[in-house]
Design a protein around this ligand. Structure first.
Ligand SMILES: Cc1ncc(COP(=O)(O)O)c(C=O)c1O
Length: 576
């Protein structure tokens, strides 16, 4: 039976004693129950609050909590109704002065006053991802039920590291992992929620490293015992003799294109691999991994006495928004017996996008997958998951600690499920609740369709730009990025290059539009990342008009905002 304090229509008397269910003995076949001790449930009136403050959330401060939350929510609701700019138009020195002016060492100003203060400092100067002129990075407007769930998980403050800190929350997270594995085609899969794509990618490569090294060690053991060398390691290779772990690490290689997210090379660095560990696999003209070139790179690695630790394919590159050819890459990795990690931080939401799910065909051939629900499933940060095809691949990285997840208990038939076994974090947010609530409130298809909508919008914007003589467009995204440049007839290529960072900066400073910039093949481009299904082609036309007007303004040597300093913008923008 479930009970809900807030939503039950039948009132529950607060003074009713708790039912104390009989708890069966954990390890006994016998059904002799152990009765739980009598629990005295204090009524609200009996709650002790010796500190006499409402600083901490508890029974004594429940009224203060609800009234404070209502105030915050009312104020935010008004901001969502009325916010007119994507970003604060105040300059950074003004913002810095406002931040510095706050005395963090005085006695507190009280809950209400502090919230009023941060509303004026933070909310009033925030970057608003729901605004139609926010088209810069991979930030999305967030699902309303997920935001409500965020408030719930923050107040309850569950930590999904051990079962005894989370109970049903762990079971809910595991159910969502199973659900995601089901959509990936990982029948015996497993996974863990993480703080974001960076962490998911790091953990994937950590798992790859440890499984490959364990495979090599098994292989060496097997050879020493004179056993059959048919029991190949995950990755074959020349006879290793008795290599030290350091020797092995120095030979590991990760294969990825130059469009892979930078978190891949950062992970290689963190994992103690060689400076040369990330091998760049060439791309085709569209920026997708060239599977034949991948094959050739694998052969070269073998020939050089190195060990391919993992291939990283990207399903939705950050700039071009393209998906590497997953099916072919999976075949190459399978026949070479190499770990395939698919970084679907951006493209993972396509799994539930009715018109585009097929773009991820082949993902079931991956060994591990990163999915950021906080990108294309409209979840508040943080909400990411690392999924692995075979649950046993976690084994070489599982650690036990007496105070949390003792090894002896882990062997028991009914061992408590402790997510900390698998996570890089110990204390960890119950982010899964947001996804759970969103699925129950809206259903996966409604959310997936919103991703289809923004991908359609990106295609329309690209077509629009192609029709305009003073804009140049690059590539065709599978997802929702659009790369373009302002190229008026009067400006040469060098000038157009210089305009890119300047236009971004001047627009951002004005607060009227937030767009991004990047560099592809040594050429700077403006970038739109469209993740708001409520943004219309007219909204984007207005942003493009601003880009054009700003570009002309800069060329004419004047500043449209009247305040922004074009010279320093030029210096900073050029350096960016
Ligand atoms: C392809 C890709 N992978 C990984 C990441 C990192 O994700 P996060 O910012 O959630 O750490 C990003 C971020 O943009 C990305 O585009």
């Amino acid at each position: 039976m479930t009970t809900s304090l807030l939503y039950d229509t039948e009132a529950t008397p607060t003074s009713a004693p708790l039912q104390t269910p009989e708890i069966p003995h954990a390890n006994s076949e016998s059904s002799a129950p152990i009765a739980a001790p009598e629990v005295v449930n204090p009524t609200l009136a009996e709650v002790r609050n010796p500190t006499g403050t409402d600083a901490l959330l508890g029974a004594h401060s429940a009224d203060e909590y609800t009234s404070l939350m209502h105030n915050v929510v009312d104020a935010l609701g008004e901001r969502f109704r009325t916010t007119e700019r994507a970003a604060s138009a105040k300059d950074r020195s003004g913002l810095q002065a406002a931040v510095d002016a706050v005395d963090l060492d005085t006695a507190g100003v009280g809950n209400t006053e502090a919230l009023r203060e941060v509303d004026a400092l933070y909310a009033d100067n925030a970057v608003w991802f729901h605004h139609p002129s926010y088209v810069a990075h991979l930030n999305c407007p967030v699902a309303v039920p997920a935001v409500a769930a965020e408030a719930m998980l923050a107040a309850i403050n569950t930590s999904v590291d051990t079962y005894d800190q989370s109970e049903v929350a762990t079971l809910m997270e595991r159910r969502l992992i199973d659900w995601t594995c089901g959509h990936l085609g990982f029948a015996g899969g497993d996974g863990i929620f993480t703080s974001g794509g960076t962490q998911s990618n790091l953990q994937a490569l950590f798992l790859a490293r440890e499984n490959v090294v364990a495979g090599l060690a098994d292989h060496a053991d097997e050879s020493e015992r004179g056993g059959s060398v048919d029991a190949e390691p995950r990755r074959g290779g020349p006879d290793l003799g008795e290599p030290t772990r350091r020797d092995q690490l120095s030979r590991l290689r990760i294969l990825a294109t130059d469009q892979a997210h930078f978190s891949v090379s950062r992970a290689a660095f963190l994992l103690g691999l060689d400076a040369e560990a990330v091998v760049t696999v060439p791309t085709d003209r569209t920026g997708r991994m060239d599977a034949e070139a991948l094959n050739a790179s694998l052969l070269a690695i073998d020939a050089n006495d190195q060990i391919p630790m993992a291939v990283v394919a990207t399903a939705g590159t950050t700039d071009l928004g393209v998906i590497d050819p997953l099916e072919t890459i999976a075949e190459v990795c399978s026949s070479a017996n190499v770990w395939l990690h698919v970084d679907a931080a951006y493209g993972g939401g396509l799994l539930w996008a009715p018109a585009r799910a097929h773009l991820l065909d082949g993902i079931s051939g991956a060994t591990s997958v990163t999915i950021d629900f906080h990108k294309t499933f409209f979840q508040p940060v943080s909400s990411s998951a690392l999924l692995i095809r075979d649950a046993s691949l976690f084994a070489p990285t599982i650690h036990h600690h007496d105070y949390l997840n003792p090894e002896a208990e882990a062997q028991a038939a009914d061992a408590e499920p402790n997510q900390v076994d698998k996570s890089l974090q110990t204390t960890r947010r119950f982010d899964a609740l947001k996804l759970w609530t969103t699925l129950r409130a809206r259903g996966a298809t409604e959310i997936g369709s919103m991703l289809d909508t923004v991908c359609d919008l990106a295609a329309d914007v690209r077509a629009l730009l192609e029709d305009q003589a003073d804009f140049e467009v690059l590539g065709a995204s599978d997802l929702s990025t659009v790369l373009f440049r302002f190229t008026p007839v009067a400006a040469d290529q060098v000038t157009c290059d210089e305009l890119v960072p300047l236009i971004r900066r001047v627009l951002f400073r004005s607060g009227r539009a937030a767009i991004a910039r990047t560099v592809i093949d040594d050429r700077p481009w403006l970038k739109l990342t469209l993740l708001n299904p409520d943004t219309s082609i007219d909204d984007i036309t207005a942003v493009l008009d601003l880009v054009r007007a700003t570009g002309h303004g800069i060329l004419a040597g004047r500043d449209l905002e009247g305040a922004a300093d074009i010279e320093s913008a030029a210096t900073e923008g050029g350096a960016a």
